[in-house]
Every structure is written in structure tokens, then in C-alpha cells.
Design a protein around this ligand. Structure first.
Ligand code: B12
Ligand SMILES: *[C@@H]1O[C@H](CO)[C@@H](O)[C@H](O)[C@H]1NC(C)=O
Length: 421
């Protein structure tokens, strides 16, 4: 084992500079991504616990941004955790606090104290109750996976039951879970596997985690390193990097998977926050076992040159845009063609359509951790209670990005279809 690792390390050092381990990204890339994360932290938007979690896992705990973000997350928890956060949002806050060596049972800010783990227990019970009655959680299996991981790392609540439910979902042939969801479920189940004394549960979890990991390895082999899409890779890498024992003696060609990630220029803070832990050889599983006394990495300095966008002439492109509802209430199918400058985001197309024909193309967005999400078009609103949403397609293919980042090309046909998940 050792000689092999040594050889790869030497090889990498020769070609790639500072990397000493085959599954750790070059320092320069890590610093760049950390810098982007820091730059994303601002006072206008709600604090993002995934960003703090990623900074902590990458060992970048010095500096004002980190301190400020931690304080904001505590304040947000005190103000909103009870009523205005979903279970998954509470879970991410728990992970962020644990990774900052803060006790989530005593979150103190603004003169108040809340027990965030207790709130997470309650919200997870609601998710599980809905699982029992409807067969689906109140929100999503992705969130229930985060909840389970948060409870397991916090060593409280019914994470064993929740893990059992996740395992059954993973093993059920009829449930087609996304790579993203399976990855977080695997992290949660691996945590419970190491915590529980229940022999039968351990067997079940062993099988479920192995199935997820083997499935990822197969997919990577068949798709030249890709698992899910480029934005699933961070979580998939985290899962594979922390579940070796579940797929041994099979080995993971991490270099192949990492090279897929290297070929993409991640810009969105959420995308970076999910991929960065994997790039430094860590996963969310390690959120509660960090040594907060030492910062292993210098916080990036604020000196990267800011690109000033030049307002030069840009050619206009034409984009066809349709909104379709065949699901609920009065059905509709309306189309329009709009002209926008080349390089515009899809959001610009929607705004142009709204400007030209507001009676049809009126829409609303909500700010989320991934950017603006379209929550209503033509007066028809997405509703988590009936699991409806506005899905975006280019031709027949679902978009892999939202309206805030996706840039349509000339002549492209974008459809917004009212759908269920
Ligand atoms: C569950 C989920 C959904 C659910 C959310 C339903 C719900 N009530 O929970 C539904 C099915 C609605 C959904 C829709 C879409 N999603 Co989605 N979704 C996820 C998933 C698996 C988990 C998100 C989550 O629950 N996080 C945990 C909670 C606690 O955090 P949160 O911040 O509160 O989560 C909210 C946001 O994530 C938001 N959201 C979910 N997806 C998206 C996508 C975009 C672009 C935006 C702005 C917001 C957003 O909904 C969540 C619940 O309110 C992630 C996977 C991932 N790797 O993160 C993909 C993910 C975020 N989604 C993605 C995409 C592409 C979409 C769609 C654009 C797909 C499409 N072609 O239409 C649409 C959004 C279109 C629109 N209307 O603007 C991508 C985003 C990639 C990117 N670079 O932007 C991801 C990363 C999946 C992937 N690997 O491709 N999604
Ligand atoms: C919407 O209408 C157009 C014609 O205006 C048609 O070509 C298309 O198939 C319709 N789409 C759906 C989903 O009904």
C-alpha cells in the first residue's frame, strides 16, 4: 500500500507541483476557490452555513470573514430556526457550528439561547412522520439525509430510524434518487454505521452504503469520471472519499474523478462549498472532528484583481421561450421570442419576455443558496406541499443550472414546464 501511494505522490509532485496525495487538489486551486468563497460572503444575503462548513473543512478559519459569518449564522439560528427554517437548513447550520467547534445545543446570540439540535430532532420527526404516512418526507430525501447526518454527528435524536428509512429508499429498485441525494444519504448512513450497536441495522447500512458507492464507481467508469452532472461531483467525491471500507477491495480511481472537477471552473458559492471539502480530502462526515485551535491554512488575502466588466458592444441573440402548464388548474402553453445581448443569463430572457407580454410572462423569483429560483410564472406558483415546481428545459433536456447562471445561445428554445418532483 505505502509504496504505491508514495509513487503516485512523487509522480504528482513531478507533474503538478505541491500535491503529496493522489486525491488532494493543488494548493493553488484550493486557495483560488477559498478566495471565491470569501468574496461571496456579503451583508445583503442571508449567511450561508455551507460556506462556513467548507471553509472550516479546508482549514481556513482565520480572518474577519470567517468570524463574521459564524456570528451571522448564530443570529440567524436564534431568529429563524424554530419557524422559518426547513429541517435541512437547520441541519446545515448544525454542521456549520459543529465544524466551528461550537455547541449546537447552546447557540447564543442577540441575548437569546437556542438548542439547535433539539429543533433539528423535532423537524426530523416531522419529516419521518410524513415518510410513514405518505412515503415521502415533508421536504426531500436530500434534506432528510442532511438531518440524519446532523443528528448523528451531534449524537442525539433518532438518527438510527432515519438511517434505516434512508437505507430502504436507497435499496428500493423503484426509487430513483439523484447522485446528490444518494451521496448525502451515504454520508449519513456511514456516520450511523460507525455509531450504532444494532447489528441488524449495521448490516442494512453496510449494504446500502456499498450499493451507493459501487453505483458511483460504476458510473464513473462508464462516463469517463462523471457522476451525475458537474454539480453533483462535489458530493459524490465526498462520499467516495469517506466510504473506502464499504467498497474495498475495489479501488477508486480518484485521479480520474478529480480531473473531471479540474476541468470545470466553479463560480457559484454553493457549488464551490460542496466540492472544496472533497478537494482537500475531507467530507461533511468530519464536521464534528476538526481541531479548531489551529488554522492549517492561511486565509486567502484580499488582493486578487477584480475584473471590471467592459461594456462593449455585444451582438443580439434570439431566444424562444415557452411556458407550459398541463398539470394544474387552467392549462396553458404560451410562446414568445425575445432578443437579448449575447452572453445574457436566462433571467434576462425572462425579464425581456415579461416586459413585452406581462399578461403571460409575469414571474417571481426567490433568493436561495443557489441563486434566484423561479417560484411562480403567469400567476401559477410552485408549492412544496404538492411538490410542484417550475422545471426549465432546453429542447428536451433539463437545464443543469438555474436562470441566474444559465446563458442561452442564439436560436435556443427554452421551456418552463410546471412539473412535480
Ligand atoms: C431538492 C432539489 C431541488 C428541488 C427543491 C424542492 C424543495 N422544496 O426542496 C426542486 C425539484 C424544486 C429543484 C429544482 C431545480 N433544481 Co435543484 N436541487 C435540489 C437538491 C437535490 C437539494 C437542494 C436542497 O434541498 N438543499 C438543502 C436545503 C436545506 O438547502 P436550501 O438552500 O434551503 O435548498 C433550496 C435551494 O437549493 C433550492 N433549489 C433547489 N434546486 C435549485 C436550483 C437552482 C438553480 C436554484 C436557484 C435553487 C434551487 O430549493 C431548495 C429548497 O427550497 C440540489 C443538489 C445539491 N447538490 O445541492 C439540486 C440542485 C441545487 N438543483 C439544481 C438544478 C439545476 C435545478 C433546476 C434548475 C432544474 C431544472 N432544469 O429545472 C430547478 C430550479 C428551476 C427554477 N424553478 O428556478 C442543480 C443546481 C446547479 C447549479 N449550478 O445551479 C443542483 C445542484 C443539482 C445538480 N447537481 O444539478 N431542485
Ligand atoms: C405548445 O404549443 C406549440 C404550438 O404553439 C406546440 O408545438 C407544442 O407541442 C405545445 N406543447 C405542449 C407541451 O403541448
Amino acid at each position: 500500500m505505502l509504496p504505491v501511494a508514495f509513487t503516485i505522490g512523487v509522480l504528482l509532485a513531478l507533474v503538478g507541483g505541491t500535491a503529496t496525495h493522489s486525491c488532494v487538489a493543488p494548493d493553488q486551486l484550493v486557495s483560488e476557490l477559498l478566495q471565491r468563497l470569501e468574496d461571496s460572503v456579503n451583508m445583503k444575503e442571508p449567511p450561508n452555513p455551507s460556506v462556513l462548513l467548507a471553509m472550516n473543512l479546508a482549514g481556513a478559519t482565520d480572518g474577519g470573514t470567517h468570524k463574521w459569518l459564524l456570528q451571522e449564522i448564530k443570529e440567524e439560528a436564534v431568529k429563524k430556526a424554530h419557524k422559518d427554517m426547513t429541517s435541512g437548513q437547520v441541519a446545515l447550520s448544525v454542521l456549520a457550528l459543529l465544524s466551528s467547534c461550537q455547541n449546537p445545543q447552546h447557540v447564543h446570540a442577540l441575548g437569546q439561547t437556542v438548542d439547535l439540535l433539539h429543533i433539528l430532532e423535532k423537524k426530523t420527526e416531522e419529516e419521518m412522520a410524513s415518510m410513514d404516512v405518505d412515503g415521502v418526507p415533508k421536504t426531500t430525501l436530500y434534506s432528510l439525509s442532511l438531518d440524519t447526518l446532523g443528528l448523528c454527528l451531534g449524537r442525539t435524536g433518532h438518527y438510527e430510524e432515519a438511517s434505516m428509512a434512508l437505507a430502504k429508499q436507497v435499496l428500493s429498485p423503484s426509487s430513483r434518487l439523484s447522485v446528490d441525494t444518494r451521496a448525502v444519504a451515504a454520508l449519513a448512513m456511514a456516520c450511523t454505521y460507525d455509531q450504532t450497536d444494532l447489528g441488524d441495522l449495521r448490516d442494512l447500512l453496510w449494504e446500502a452504503v456499498s450499493v451507493v458507492a459501487d453505483g458511483f464507481l460504476d458510473e464513473q467508469e462508464n462516463r469517463d469520471g462523471m457522476m451525475g452532472n458537474i454539480y453533483s461531483m462535489g458530493l459524490a467525491l465526498q462520499a467516495l472519499g469517506s466510504t473506502e471500507k464499504f467498497y474495498a477491495p475495489r479501488e477508486w480511481d480518484c485521479a480520474q474523478a478529480f480531473s473531471v472537477v479540474y476541468s470545470h471552473d466553479y463560480r457559484q458559492p454553493m457549488a464551490i462549498a460542496q466540492v472544496l471539502p472533497a478537494l482537500v480530502g475531507k467530507s461533511y462526515l468530519e464536521a464534528a472532528s476538526l481541531n479548531c485551535a489551529t488554522s492549517s491554512r492561511m486565509s486567502p488575502s484580499q488582493q486578487s484583481p477584480k475584473l471590471v466588466p467592459t461594456e462593449d458592444y455585444r451582438a443580439l441573440i434570439q431566444v424562444h421561450y415557452s411556458i407550459i402548464n398541463k398539470l394544474q388548474g387552467k392549462h396553458f402553453n404560451e410562446s414568445i421570442s425575445v432578443s437579448v445581448p449575447e452572453g445574457s443569463t436566462l433571467l434576462k430572457v425572462l425579464q425581456e419576455a415579461e416586459k413585452e407580454e406581462p399578461q403571460f410572462f409575469r414571474f417571481r423569483t426567490e433568493q436561495t443558496s443557489w441563486g434566484p429560483m423561479v417560484v411562480s410564472i403567469h400567476g401559477l406558483a410552485a408549492n412544496p406541499e404538492d411538490r410542484t415546481y417550475w422545471q426549465f428545459l432546453s429542447g428536451q433536456d433539463a437545464l443543469q443550472e438555474g436562470v441566474g447562471t444559465y446563458k442561452p445561445t442564439d436560436g435556443e428554445h427554452i421551456q418552463a414546464v410546471f412539473s412535480t418532483y
